[in-house]
Design a protein around this ligand. Sequence first.
Ligand code: BJW
Ligand code: ZN
Length: 251
Amino acid sequence: MNEVPPIPSELITRLRAARRVAVLTGAGISAESGVPTFREAQTGLWARYNPEELATPEAFRRNPRLVWEWYAWRQERVRQAEPNPGHYALVEMERHLAEFILITQNVDGLHRRAGSHQVLELHGNLFRAKCCDEDRLVEGWPESSDIPPRCPHCGGLLRPDVVWFGEMLPAGALRSAEQAAASAEVFFSIGTSSLVYPAADLPLIALRAGATVVEINPQPTPLSPQVTFSLNGAAGVVLPALASQIWEIGK
Ligand code: BJW
Ligand code: ZN
């Protein structure tokens, strides 16, 4: 997984000429930072739970404490993690391109911690909380033993500000992501299983609009047969190699 797959010279040519590039990332880009991907088996305390059954409004209604504690545990893991060379290569891409947008499904905030600025978070952020009753963000709450804590304004339950299955994505971010996909000359799909919609539609929007679509993933996905270039490898290895070949970064 640490080998750099061959990078087609045609891809290098197209990227050197590109002015508008959009990138979609998923959990795989944070794997090399030690953050487990969404669908890989969980460890320790959480091994017996299926993430797809915890990341739902029904799970939270049934057992808010369990779901809050799962997110608190994940927050702790992310706090201990650092961005990896894949995140940093995307910061370099942003510096070198006239129009660049980074669309992420990740809730870990590692792209911004690495230094990316043009980031659209489609599925929210692990480090924010919102009130279930008022649907507004809540910055802090008084110390108490309540789990989940209570909203300081109305006493409603707090929940993580993430998008669960069956919930709408933030409308503005989704609209901007769809526009970026439709106007990109080169679109990257990196470290995502391409199973979750509407994010999984974005590379298809780009393809329909005539973009070069590049997938970076050590495993094939349902998107793989459709992409223009498939780079089978780890994002933390492939992205720095790509950046160094195109912009001579790190040479
Ligand atoms: C590496 C690597 C390395 C490893 N380098 N790579 C159309 C068709 C069918 C269903 C639907 C549809 N439209 C909507 C739906 C329903 C649903 C959906 O998509 N279901 C499918 C599962 C079938 N979508 C929704 O409900 C969405 N809402 C919506 O559409 O609202 C309108 C609506 C409402 C009601 C009915 C219909 C429409 C909301 C989706 C929200 C997803 N939320 C989550 C949880 C966020 C909070 C949290 O993290 O807890 O988002 S689910 C989870 O999946 C998380 C992720 O962001 C998302 C994507 O996962 P990702 O990132 O791809 O991770 P993995 O683990 O799956 O894959 C990792 C990949 O990395 C693998 O491929 C590895 O090989 C690779 N990898 N190491 C590069 N080093
Ligand atoms: Zn409230």
